[in-house]
Design a binder for this molecule. Structure first.
Ligand code: NAD
Length: 237
């Protein structure tokens, strides 16, 4: 094990080869929906049913998809280096199922649902939890409605101080499968650069913040990452 400190930030692109569609690749539509119709607090207030059914479909999809070589490669990286912080913008659970532990889901998770009254979240992935009807919490005396445990556009991402602490003290910052459009995630590479970290990008195409990276690998994460992780591991001293 080395003392090298690594932070990895993943986006929707890492799950694309598992069959989970990305967001920016589809003209700004997520599974045919405009983001403002399904992924904002306003949409939830206007028509919670539409938002709920959208996320229930995403939650059911988790049962049909499998992690790919890129998820597994990052789990390998975590097993080879002592200090790897894995931050994902993804709401799927493919990192965990690919073998990663301690994943920071800065935009929330599909597996959990959040009580609208108490703010507590609970894992709800039983068959009866995946239908289109609203669900109610187990934490309040009079059960309250649950909302998706997702950070919608306009809400504050989770665990930001932990993320900034890791990024500001890392030696190597790696971004995989992210278009660089969603903030504050897209700014993390600048924080890493300011600290003098080596910054690496693995993406299918050049994202808008490509200039910020010192090393760029263009191609599919599932093909590139296993080889890159092997390289980083063999040069780890
Ligand atoms: P994005 O959809 O904006 O961008 C995805 C990027 O991945 C693109 O630049 C694309 O070229 C690249 N890409 C596509 N296939 C790839 C592959 N096989 N290998 C490497 N790169 C590939 O994603 P984002 O930057 O993460 O922002 C979208 C937001 O939408 C996030 O906040 C996320 O929470 C949400 N989202 C999540 C999921 C998920 O959980 N799997 C899916 C769609 C959207």
């Amino acid at each position: 094990m080395t003392e090298k400190r690594i932070v990895v930030l993943t986006g929707a692109g890492i799950s694309a080869e598992s069959g989970v569609r990305t967001f920016r690749d589809n003209n700004g539509l997520w599974e045919e929906h405009a983001v403002e119709d399904v992924a904002t607090p306003r949409a939830w207030l206007r028509d919670a049913g539409v938002v709920w059914r959208f996320y229930q479909a995403r939650r059911r999809q988790l049962l049909e998809v499998e992690p790919n070589g890129a998820h597994v490669a990052l789990a390998n990286l975590q097993s080879k280096f002592e200090h790897v912080t894995l931050v994902t913008q993804n709401v799927d659970d493919l990192h965990e199922r690919g073998g990663s532990t301690e994943v920071i889901h800065m935009h929330g998770e599909l597996r959990t649902l959040r009580c609208e009254a108490s703010g507590r979240n609970e894992v709800r992935m039983q068959t009866q939890d995946l239908a289109d009807d609203f669900l109610f919490c187990t934490c309040c005396e009079l059960p309250s409605r649950l909302r998706p445990d997702i950070v919608w556009f306009g809400e504050v991402p989770m665990q930001m101080s932990e993320i900034y602490n890791a990024v500001e003290s890392c030696d190597l910052f790696i971004v995989v499968g992210s278009s660089g459009h969603v903030y504050p995630a897209a700014n993390l590479v600048h924080a890493a650069n300011q600290n003098g970290a080596h910054t690496v990008l693995v993406n299918l195409e050049h994202p808008i913040n490509a200039d910020a990276f010192k090393e760029i690998h263009i191609g599919k994460a599932g093909e590139l990452l296993p080889r890159l992780v092997e390289e980083w591991t063999s040069n780890r001293s």
